[in-house]
Write a protein that binds this ligand. Structure first.
Ligand code: G6Q
Length: 549
């Protein structure tokens, strides 16, 4: 097979880009009144509008051809059927099995892993029920009212984002807290709010060796034991492990019967569907957790079965490739118009950038093309009052995903209308812009003199032609959220498949960890540090000189 950029499909896209790159989106809409009809997809309670993209029929066909050329169908099948597609760690990638709601088996090395998955789900269901009914009691006989998830990265971001997004579904009497950072302020601020007798700590760590999580878990354990009359044996009622590492869980002092297991074929950033999701189930109830799985499963089926032209994750991915590799877009903004989705961009940052922030292909060869973009964003309308200026009038092309539920359980109808009118206005403004003629007419109408108009006009022109997707959910509920997350997971997968990179490892996080281990004892030693470069020595020594001042 030719390398990606040498393929005919890539060449055809490059040629087409040259002819379409100056065509304005406004023109595409003017020329084709059916554009929205052609370029939107309805999936369950989700509308995906991709009509405001720098895409015509030819580009769309060529992008689909590229997916075919990269044998996407086969790669999708390989993931779902448990081939070891994470080649650098020799692992299957089976988060889709965790939410498989069908009766189909998923066989790995001769074993149907659905049996294990179902057993853990059953154990989670029973536990969640016991906590909610008060059958599970703390060491002084009080029911549990505070759940603290201690975990980081993939063992934190998904559950934290979902609990925030699904606040309206919270079980009465249960609050949830997340501690991730090794910065002592994180756990200290959380512990201040808690009564040990009504608190349940979930130590969420696939490896059970992560420095931040184990340090925070030990702090929590010490805090718990330091309160009046607590004994080691009380730990069993207040500490639960979510992990793959039974030995380390035992060593920490948690009885394996209080451990909820998952497996090495669940990647950290894809683990919210596993036992790592226990905080979600405790917060919103097991039924709602199952609806989250259901939503993801439905998206999985759509992704596996829909033709590329009607396949939301495939289209999202292809559009991303169109912008990154042909329009030279370096970043991608994700703007949820729903305050409770505040953490969604942060969650996506890990999902996308840890998966596709790669510079070598599957064979370890440097790639000759750009891979994953920088993903960023904060909720609208706040975003409009800060960085939207740069998207509208800066010098870079920044594709945007707008995401909004039409109905939520918070606020009133008027607030919702204001919010949504802003979203619709932003995507229209980015697409259309405002021409010199329009600006001039406006300024003249408002009585400004010709001389003054000429001074200001350049500042008031909006080039427009800025692409966006809009994703509307009838309502943000566990099911639609499950579908939305799975949609982005598969988008990231498709891009990795086309770029031929391994989206499921993360070696880039290792070097810093190794160096931190070396530096830690140096911070305690009495000697001046001289073994690093002059900057690192200087920073360490500055800390040592000033730490007790
Ligand atoms: C995600 C990464 C990473 C991981 C954390 C926590 O895909 O692997 O973010 O989730 O480093 O790891 P543990 O769950 O092992 O503590």
């Amino acid at each position: 097979m030719f390398t990606l950029t040498e393929s005919d499909e890539w060449g055809a896209l490059q040629e087409h880009y040259d002819s379409i790159s100056n065509v304005h989106l406004k023109t595409l809409f003017e020329k084709d009144k059916e554009r929205f009809d052609k370029f939107h997809i309805k999936f369950n309670d989700i509308l995906f509008d991709f009509s405001k993209n720098r895409l015509d029929n030819i580009a769309f066909k060529l992008l689909v051809r590229l997916a075919e050329h990269r044998k996407l169908k086969e790669k999708i099948k390989a993931m779902f059927t448990g081939e070891k597609i994470n080649t650098t760690e020799n692992r299957a990638v089976l988060h889709t099995a965790l939410r498989n709601r069908s009766i189909d088996e998923v066989i790995i090395e001769g074993r149907d892993i659905m049996t294990d998955i179902k057993a853990v789900l059953k154990k989670m269901k029973k536990f969640v029920g016991d906590v909610h009914t008060g059958k599970w009691k703390g060491c002084t006989g009080m029911p549990i009212s505070h759940i603290v998830n201690i975990g980081i990265g993939g063992s934190h971001l998904g559950p934290a984002m979902i609990c925030e997004a699904l606040k309206p579904y919270a079980k009465p009497g249960i609050s949830v807290h997340f501690v991730s950072n090794i910065d002592g302020c994180d756990i200290a601020e959380t512990l201040k709010q808690l009564n040990p007798e009504t608190t349940l700590f979930l130590i969420a760590s696939k490896t059970f060796t992560t420095q931040e999580t184990m340090t925070n878990a030990n702090t929590a354990k010490k805090w718990f034991l330091s309160t009046d009359g607590k004994k080691e044996s009380d730990i069993a009622l207040h500490f639960i492990a979510l992990s793959t590492n039974t030995e380390a869980v035992k060593q920490f002092g948690i009885n394996p019967k209080n451990m909820f297991e998952f497996w090495d074929w669940v990647g950290g950033r894809y683990s919210l569907w596993s036992a790592i999701g226990l905080s979600i189930a405790l917060y919103i109830g097991f039924d709602n957790f199952e609806m989250l799985l259901q939503g993801a499963y439905e998206m999985d089926m759509h992704f596996r079965n829909a033709p590329y032209e009607e396949n939301i994750p495939v289209i999202m991915a292809l559009l991303g490739i169109w912008y990154v590799n042909f329009f030279n877009a370096k970043t991608h903004a994700v703007i949820p118009y729903y305050q409770n989705l505040r953490m969604f961009p942060e969650f996506l940052q890990q999902l996308d950038m840890e998966s596709n922030g790669k510079r070598v292909d599957k064979f370890g060869e440097l790639v000759e093309y750009s891979t994953g973009p920088v993903v960023w964003g904060v909720p609208g309308t706040n975003a409009q009052h800060s960085f939207f200026q740069l998207i509208h009038q800066g010098t870079q092309i920044i594709p945007v995903d707008f995401i909004a539920p039409l109905f939520t359980d918070c606020g009133n109808e008027e607030q919702r209308r204001i919010l949504l009118s802003n979203l619709f206005a932003q995507s229209e403004a980015l697409m259309k812009g405002k021409t010199e003629v329009e600006v001039k007419a406006e300024l003249t109408m408002s009585g400004i003199k010709e001389r003054d108009i000429n001074k200001i006009i350049g500042h008031k022109i909006f080039p427009g032609n800025i692409p966006s997707n809009t994703i509307l959910l009838k309502k943000l509920n566990p099911e639609t959220l499950g579908s939305l997350i799975a949609m982005y997971e598969h988008k990231v997968f498709v891009q990795g498949a086309i770029w031929d990179i391994n989206s499921f490892d993360q070696w880039g996080v290792e070097l810093g960890k190794q160096l931190a281990k070396k530096i830690l004892p140096e911070l305690d030693s009495d000697n001046e540090i001289t073994i690093h470069d002059s900057s690192t020595n200087g920073l360490i020594n500055y800390y040592k000189e000033n730490k007790n001042k």
